[in-house]
Design a protein around this ligand. Structure first.
Ligand code: WT7
Length: 673
């Protein structure tokens, strides 16, 4: 456990405030989708006792080309949901709205990064317009020879074409693999290769605080490496966004604008079996190799549609405008910018840029400009705004807000209270949503109008979720108040169906028990009211600004640099990021001499190297150098001791198994870079 996690538990243990739900009318909404505690209990019970009937009814609210014959076929760890059913997620997101007469309503609002001193560019797409753009690009993919089942890699900034590309893939049945635009060329190589993907959709570059992220150059570099590895990429499609100079590989590279120019604005949605793959999304685990999480069509579609509506109280026809600040490169963006929102017919905002560019008022201006009713962001952003000060918020008209959400990491009660007071003006319910890339959608979360909230707790399970805290050894449920592993005891529609190409890792990582429980990898406890409090990861994964990073990935990046002989990476408390990255390295003798002469040159080189191998967001916040790392007699690095050193505390831990105590003293004394 890292120190912020410990602090969080400390403050959450002392947290006693309870905020009861209030009437929907107070927030100008006609009703709560889940109508109070009793309705929730009843739906939760029905969904668990009779998933066939419950989820069958929810699924039937959406269109199926062929009806499903069986709702759930479960033999742990393999679930088939809506077997026999044939549908298309893109059809349900767009065509279904158009057919019901809503084609001219706004589906997607896009706001670009404002140029210095300039106005932000805003584009609005109705369902009909978005449908036309998606169909054009779907046809472009057809023309490139992309077939159902071919994985299309998408590595773009937050431009409308990103949403269009994702939906076009869903339309033609080509699973997308979106790689967050902050990842490096090397990260692209690993993911493209693992997915055997032949097509990459990218941008010339993307804007980030007025600077250019050279996306196309990263793709070029990745393609060169892939070529050398015998895995040539066939097509690279390029959207022009920033107008930077890019190299052009004739034959391989194609302009997006050329490809769509003459395409007709219609393309039939591919009939997809419920268990056909919808997408792959890579996420970090406890080994160095990212896992390609597999989500399929029917279950994911139903789960994101249902959970988005329940958690946010989405009501079409009531002027709602929903904004999730995540990047589509992460699961939050997949599920709660696009897939969960479009079928619910509430306009969804997608923004390009950063919270503090051109200034720290960006978020609040977006809320004011678009009269945002639903705002969903991460604790790290909330903490950053707290630090920047209330002055950026005061004077902004946030009166449109109705429901606030948070996601990605435990929210400390102080940040929760600020969010509630300064942003929510003490009116808006806050939904603290716990879930994972693997779960597809919300698993533990308050429902507005239903759940009393406690700052720092993600409260109670979503309808249909059978969550429990079990002892890590016996897998038996622990007494209320006790900590243990968070598990989900029954299947749910949005669950992952596998790790691409690695059955064994899927079984070992999530299902390592004979009860058929899904093991989330988080530690948690339940209080006397049955509320869940997440305590943090129990594996070697850390959560940095809501981004999951495997400590081994950072370690292998570091030892990949010639200077580093050995490296150990742990989480450390970080005021804004929640958890920061602390790295301990031993240096190769030549480099150690270099380091003595010019430490900055070496630390800069190491940080740059990690940025190159993984991405800038994985750069260590604190680097320490020593002659040795604390190890057991059998040679295992004692990470718990390193966590204390990184946190600057003496945890008075048992050091009897430590081989050489001097090592620890040296580490405590050494300078932090
Ligand atoms: C891990 C999943 C789910 C989308 C964003 C992250 C942590 C997520 C919460 C929350 C406490 C949370 C967990 C989880 N986490 N939401 N509300 N409270 N912790 O997705 O990259 O798959 O990471 O994020 O540790 O296991 P992800």
């Amino acid at each position: 456990m890292t120190d912020p996690e410990r602090q969080n538990i400390e403050s959450s243990l002392h947290e006693t405030r309870v905020f009861p739900p209030r009437p929907a009318a107070e927030l100008g909404m006609s009703h709560w989708v889940v109508d109070g505690r009793e309705d929730y209990r009843e739906q939760h019970r029905r969904a668990i006792e009779d998933p066939e009937r419950f989820w069958g009814a929810v699924a039937s609210e959406l269109d199926w080309f062929e009806p499903f014959s069986r709702v759930l076929d479960w033999k742990a760890p393999d679930a088939k949901w809506f077997d026999g059913g044939v549908t298309n997620v893109c059809h349900n997101a767009l065509d279904r709205q158009i057919a019901a007469g809503h084609g001219d309503e706004v589906a997607l609002i896009w706001e670009g990064e404002p140029t210095p001193g300039g106005q932000p560019e805003v584009l609005r797409f109705t369902y009909r317009e978005l449908h036309a753009e998606v169909c054009r690009f779907a046809r472009a993919l057809d023309a490139l020879g992309v077939k159902k089942g071919d994985v299309v890699t998408i590595y773009m900034g937050m431009v409308p074409e990103l949403a269009i590309a994702v939906l076009a893939c869903a339309r033609i049945g080509a699973p997308h693999s979106v790689i967050f635009g902050g990842f490096s060329a090397q990260a692209i190589v690993d993911r493209v290769q693992d997915a055997s993907s032949q097509v990459i959709v990218t941008c010339d570059g993307s804007w980030r605080r007025g600077g250019v992220v050279p996306l196309k150059a990263n793709v070029d570099q990745a393609c060169a490496t892939l070529e050398a590895k015998g895995h040539p990429v066939r097509d690279v499609v390029v959207v022009r966004r920033v107008g930077n100079d890019v190299d052009w590989h004739a034959g391989r590279d194609k302009e997006w604008s050329d490809l769509v120019a003459d395409q007709a604005p219609d393309r039939a949605p591919e009939p997809m079996a419920a268990e056909d793959m919808l997408f792959l999304l890579y996420t970090s685990g406890s080994t160095g190799k990212p896992k390609g999480i597999v989500h399929t069509t029917g279950g994911y579609m139903v789960w994101t549609y249902f959970t988005a509506r329940a958690t946010f109280n989405l009501l079409p026809d009531e002027g709602q405008v929903y904004w999730c600040t995540a990047d589509i490169g992460w699961i939050t963006g997949h599920s709660y910018i696009l897939y969960g929102l479009l079928p619910n017919r509430v306009p969804t905002i997608m923004y390009e840029g950063a919270p503090n560019a051109p200034d720290e008022g960006r978020f609040w201006e977006i809320i004011e400009r678009h009269k945002v009713t639903h705002f969903y962001t991460a604790p790290t952003a909330i903490r950053a705004f707290m630090k920047w000060g209330d002055k950026h918020v005061t004077g902004k008209d946030l009166s449109s807000l109705k429901v606030l959400g948070t996601v990605g990491e435990p929210i400390n009660p102080e940040a929760w209270a600020w969010y509630h007071r300064v942003i929510g003006r003490e009116r808006c319910p806050i939904v603290d949503t716990w879930w994972q890339t693997e779960t597809g959608g919300h698993m533990l979360t308050p429902l507005p109008g239903v759940t009393a909230t406690k700052p720092g707790s993600c409260t109670t399970p979503m309808i249909g979720v059978d969550a429990a805290i079990v002892d890590a050894g016996t897998f038996r449920e622990v007494e209320p108040g006790g900590g243990g592993l968070l598990v989900i005891r029954r299947p749910w529609p949005g669950m992952l169906r596998g790790i691409h190409g690695d059955r064994q890792r899927f079984v070992d990582t999530y299902w390592h028990n004979d009860r058929g429980y899904y093991v989330a990898g988080d530690g948690a406890r339940q209080d006397e009211d049955g509320f869940f409090w997440i305590m943090g990861r129990v594996d070697d994964v850390i959560n940095v600004s809501g981004h999951r990073i495997g400590t081994m990935e950072v370690e292998s990046a570091l030892v990949g640099h010639p200077a580093v002989v050995e490296a150990a990476v742990v989480g450390m408390p970080h005021e804004i990021k929640g958890t920061g990255i602390a790295a301990f390295c031993t240096l190769e003798p030549h480099w150690a001499a270099k380091f003595d002469a010019d430490p900055k040159a070496v630390t800069d080189a190491l940080r740059a190297h990690v940025a190159k191998e993984i991405g800038p967001f994985a750069k260590p916040d604190a680097l320490r150098f020593a002659d040795g790392l604390p190890k057991t007699r059998s040679g295992k690095i004692m990470r718990r001791l390193l966590r204390d050193v990184a946190a600057g505390i003496d945890g008075h831990q048992d050091t009897t198994t430590l081989e050489d105590r001097g090592v620890l003293e040296n580490l405590r004394a050494c300078q932090v870079y």
